[in-house]
Design a protein around this ligand. Structure first.
Ligand SMILES: Cc1cc2nc3c(=O)[nH]c(=O)nc-3n(C[C@H](O)[C@H](O)[C@H](O)COP(=O)(O)O)c2cc1C
Length: 331
């Protein structure tokens, strides 16, 4: 009896230790790559912060009841963060976007009066001093004027068909998805929402070959259909974008939204997908990083098997609970 008790206690202690170990692993990664205390150690973190503050100015420009003078503290943070950053080819868009937002903000302040002249002067000086001759005219910033009639209209049945004809596919036809479609799907997924407009998710495509085989081996949930898959999409989320302790679980929210958009984009283009779980152990997480596909600062959200649909194929019915268990209405 006592022996049984000791065995059970030892088992529980081992489990608790293992649990602490995985939380410590996540803690260390968040501590290393995110900036929850806002002490930035690189331009990725500064860039995420800049996006976040630019977004609060943009939001202020799009209220139903226009605000007069607002956002001075945010604009000062934008100018300070911008000055602390080194822009290169990869971040030139962010430089242009900063200008577009500040220019729109300046127009708003001039239209709405009430703004202290000293602040207007400092904004003006900033815009004049840092203006880039090579700015890209197609980068927008500030408020967009939109019309509801411009949104495409689909019937309920057309929309349901888009969602309900998607099934996880574990058999594919020979052949590959053209690169421009892999890119188009990524672009469509990128157009989804993201907290404070930071868009921390990326997709890393691996084509059929030894690297894809290794990634699938590490994932482990594809037994029996691994040879059918034409490409693997590894969806990741960059921890450098997160700037608060309360955001410690945010990568999984952002990643889930991005991954779902990607899956629907491929489905809408007529390709087959199968989400592949990344409920990974520390060892799996380290193993995928060792392949070189994923940088250390990226969390892996999931893998997605991709391929061409066969003319005829079978998929699991994966029946759902009835509708009345799906939505609850409250007044
Ligand atoms: C996060 C996530 C992880 C999944 N992982 C796997 C997996 O490892 N292997 C697999 O065959 N299917 C996997 N699936 C697919 C599910 O089994 C499937 O989505 C579910 O049965 C619903 O079926 P449907 O996608 O055809 O609607 C995963 C789905 C999600 C959303």
């Amino acid at each position: 009896m006592l022996l049984k008790y000791i065995k059970r206690a030892r088992h529980l202690a081992r489990f608790e230790l293992r649990m602490l170990q995985v939380y410590l692993f996540d803690y260390r990664r968040y501590r290393k790559h995110a900036a929850p205390n806002r002490r930035f150690s690189n331009d990725l973190q500064r860039g995420a912060f800049l996006l976040m503050v630019l977004h609060s100015i943009e939001k202020g420009l799009t209220m139903a009841v226009p605000r007069g003078f607002f956002g001075r503290d945010k604009a000062e943070l934008i100018m300070k963060t911008y000055r602390a950053m080194q822009f290169d080819e990869g971040s030139r868009w962010l430089h242009c976007y900063t200008f577009r937002v500040l220019e729109a903000y300046q127009r708003h302040l001039l239209e709405h009066g009430e703004t202290p002249q000293t602040f207007l002067d400092s904004l003006n000086r900033f815009l004049e001093t840092h203006k880039d001759e090579h700015e890209s005219p197609d980068i927008e910033g500030g408020a967009l004027s939109l019309r509801a009639v411009q949104s495409p209209r689909f019937t309920d049945s057309q929309l349901s068909a888009l969602f309900e004809t998607r099934h996880s596919t574990r058999m594919f036809r020979e052949g590959t998805i053209p690169k421009q479609h892999l890119l188009l799907a990524a672009r469509m997924a990128h157009s989804g929402p993201a907290a404070c407009n930071r868009h921390p998710c990326r997709v890393h495509y691996i084509n059929k070959g030894p690297l894809m085989k290794r990634a699938l081996e590490i994932q482990g949930g594809n037994t029996g259909f691994e040879s059918e898959i034409a490409h693997v999409a590894v969806v990741t989320c960059d921890l450098s974008s997160f700037l608060d302790l309360s955001e410690r679980n945010q990568p999984w929210v952002e990643g889930g939204l991005f991954a779902m958009s990607l899956v629907l984009a491929f489905h809408a283009m007529g390709y087959g997908t199968c989400c592949l779980n990344w409920a990974a152990t520390i060892e799996q997480d380290q193993a995928i990083r060792a392949t070189g596909v994923v940088e250390d600062r990226h969390c892996v959200i999931m893998l997605i098997g991709l391929g061409l649909l066969r003319d005829d194929y079978v998929a699991a019915a994966s029946t759902r609970a009835p509708e009345d268990q799906l939505a609850t209405f409250h007044d």
